[in-house]
Structure formats: C-alpha cells, structure tokens
Design a protein around this ligand. Structure first.
Ligand SMILES: Cc1cc2nc3c(=O)[nH]c(=O)nc-3n(C[C@H](O)[C@H](O)[C@H](O)COP(=O)(O)O)c2cc1C
Length: 384
C-alpha cells in the first residue's frame, strides 16, 4: 500500500498561491523557462517529460530548480507496457490484436507515402512498418529512476495508469503523485492505485486526451459536468486540477467554485514568451485569434480531434492532414513515430496544413505575453 505524502507537502503542491497550473505540453511548448516563470509567479509550472530524452529532462529539472525555489511538476507519458488499463490479451506480442494493429499501421504508412512525396521527401525517410514498436517505452524506466533519485516533488502520469508498485516506489522517495483522468471510473481506479491528486481533463482540452484505454473513444462530457462526476466519485478531499478550454478569469473562478484546487491551462500559455511553441504554431494561433484562418465565422477557433498524427486522439487546430487522414489507426506510439519526419518536413516548409497544431477549443483567446502576465490575466487581476 502506498505511503501517503505529508498533508503539508500535498497542500503546498496542489493548492498553489495562484490557483493556476501551466499544463505540461510535450513536443516543445513546455520549456523549463515557462515552468519556472509560472511557479515563481505563484502558480504551478510543469515540465513535460513525454517524448523528451531522460538526460534532457533531468537537465530541465535542474535548470528550473536553479531559476526558482518554488516547486515545478514533471509529467510523464505512461507507455503501454506500464499501463494497467490495457487488457493483457490485447498487448501480448503475436496476439491477434497485435497482428491486426501492425497491419493497420502498415496500411497507414502506405497511405502516407503521398504526403512524403508532397513534401519532397524520400519515402525511405518514413520508418519501415516493421520497425515501429508498440511497446516503445519513451525511456519510462530511466525516467522513474530519475524521479526517484532526484526526489522530484510532484510527478503526474498521463495516457494511462501505472501499477500500484510505481506509486509506492515514488511515494517512498517523497513525490506527490497525480494522474490525468477523463472519466469518473478512471479517477476511482487512479486513487486505488495510489494517486494523491487528479488532473480532470475535459473534452475541450488541447493536445492528447489521456483516455487510459487507448482503444476507447474519448468522453464527451463537458468539463463542468465531468468535474462534478469525478468529485462525486472520489469524495471531497482529493485535490482536483480542472483542465480544458480555460482561457480567462471567469472560467478559472468557475472551476474553483466547483471545488477544483486549481485550473490547469495549456492553450492559454502556448503563446507565452517563455514557451517553446514553434513559429508555425504561433502564427496559426495568431490567425485563429484574428479569425483569418483556423476560425469559425463566430470568431471561435476551428479545432477537432484526430488520431492522424500520433495514433491517439488529440485536439488541434483543424487542418488538411487531419481531414484527409481521418482513418488513422489507434496505434500510439507507432503512428507518432511514423509521422515524425513528415511533421518535421512540414514545419521546415512552413506548411501549417500538414503538421499537428495542438490547441484547445479556446485557442482563439490565446495571447502573446510573458507567462507571468498570462497568469495574472487568468487570475482576473488585469484584463486578459
Ligand atoms: C500543445 C499541447 C501539448 C500537451 N502535452 C501534454 C503533455 O505532455 N502531458 C499532459 O499531461 N497533457 C498535455 N496536454 C494537455 C494539457 O495537460 C491539458 O489537459 C490541456 O492543455 C487543457 O486544455 P487547454 O489546452 O484548453 O487549456 C497538452 C496540451 C497542449 C495544448
């Protein structure tokens, strides 16, 4: 059974003075500078450990620690090999499910050859289908080792639910542990395994949905209702971060009055000066804000869910690639590896129609500013 962290450390980490969490955003946006700036300003900053080499992540943790005495969280992707939400028969090597999945990935690869040609790439730059490994771990063991030996104060898991032993191990080295959940059932199981806090992710969210079973369709219950369902399922004392479409002070106040410990905002920080968001994505967000592209006639951003880029459902600004590859299989991380070179080539070519532009439904409200100013705006201390 997990040792629970002291209530002091739980409270100080999960109830930051400024009740806003800068969501971990893998793939570039979450820099240590962004995490440190938000924590230093009284919020809670996060480093994104997904798709980041462990050496770089350890360096990020050290840089953030040097920049601020305030704690910064670290988020990790749970690989399929460590995800207890996946039935064993589906993940057994050589099983019918695995063979079907490999065939779907190979077919998807074939359908992407035209994309490679369009970008002037050699088709050999797309990895061969039989080199794509569903059991790739993204350095999971090394990252847990680093969390343990570095005594990281706050670690959250997304994309699945690790075994109770993982919670026991990191609790023993002093970490407070969180899990991203998208349903009340996931929330209950996460607590059973040892989670201290939950990040409740609504369908409005930008980036990947953290549905624990990747074969399941992501839920559609709006954040406000989902928050109420999770609260009813887990009781009054579990700290909840509320995530999804929170772009202004009224929305922060709404989740706090519904009992959340903090609002977890990703898209609101995508245009922060300290963020590592690509120029291509910054321009796309600017266009969405101006209503000139990626926008509905009413001025809201045009976003959609897709598996086309990664093999897992994620929300981003809706573009051609998403529309033309709505048949992508449920196969993360293979599809993510498959499209990596395509995404890099599209970025280099400035082609915003062929690259993932992860953002939530509130994308048109993201503004360029220093992170501290964005935080202040979310707290209602100045117009956002
Ligand atoms: C670009 C981007 C990358 C993201 N990467 C991660 C991640 O690495 N880990 C994670 O737990 N959540 C990730 N998320 C989801 C956020 O944690 C959060 O649920 C979401 O941003 C909330 O919705 P919002 O974007 O509308 O604020 C990402 C979101 C975005 C926009």
């Amino acid at each position: 059974m997990s040792t629970t962290p002291s209530s002091d450390s739980l409270t100080s980490l999960t109830r930051p003075a400024a009740p806003v969490v800068a969501a971990p955003m893998a793939g570039g946006p979450s820099t240590w500078q962004l995490a440190a700036a938000v924590s230093a300003a009284g919020g809670l900053g996060f480093l994104a450990g997904g798709m980041r080499a462990v050496e770089q992540l350890v360096q990020d943790v050290a840089s953030a620690r040097k920049a601020t005495a305030q704690p910064v969280g670290v988020n990790l992707f749970v690989p399929e090999t460590a995800n207890t939400a996946i039935p064993a028969e589906r993940s057994a090597p050589g099983s019918p499910a695995r063979r079907r999945r490999a065939a779907e990935v190979a077919a998807y690869r074939s359908s992407l050859l035209a994309e490679a040609a369009r970008l002037g790439m050699d088709p050999a730059e797309l990895p061969a289908a039989d080199t794509l490994d569903p059991d790739a771990t993204d350095g999971w063991d090394a990252k847990l080792d680093a969390a343990e030996s570095g005594r990281w104060p706050l670690v959250t898991f997304t994309f699945g639910l690790p075994a109770p032993e993982v919670f026991d191990r990191l609790h023993a080295s002093g970490s407070v542990l969180g899990v991203t959940v998208t349903t009340a059932a996931e929330a209950t199981r996460a607590l059973d395994h040892g989670a201290d806090l939950l990040s409740v992710q609504g369908p409005e969210s930008g980036g990947h949905r953290s549905v624990h079973d990747p074969a399941a369709d992501p839920g559609t219950t709006a954040l406000a209702d989902l928050l109420a369902e999770v609260r009813a399922a887990v009781g009054p004392s579990v700290p909840l971060f509320a995530a999804g479409g929170i772009m202004h002070a009224d929305a922060v106040r709404a989740v706090l009055s519904a009992g959340a410990a903090a609002a977890q905002c990703g898209t609101a920080f995508l245009r922060a000066e300290e963020a590592g968001t690509s120029t291509l994505q910054r321009t796309a967000l600017e266009q969405a804000a101006a209503g000139t592209h990626f926008a509905h006639p009413d001025g809201s951003a045009r976003t959609a869910l897709t598996r086309a880029y990664s093999g897992r459902w994620a929300r981003g600004l809706e573009n051609r690639f998403m529309r033309e590859h709505s048949d992508a299989p449920a196969a993360y991380p293979e599809v993510n590896s498959l499209t990596k070179a395509l995404r890099a080539a599209a970025t280099a070519a400035g082609d915003a129609e062929s690259v993932s532009l992860w953002a939530g439904v509130g994308a048109a409200r993201a503004r360029p500013a220093p992170a501290e100013q964005i935080l202040t705006g979310l707290l209602g201390d100045s117009p956002q």
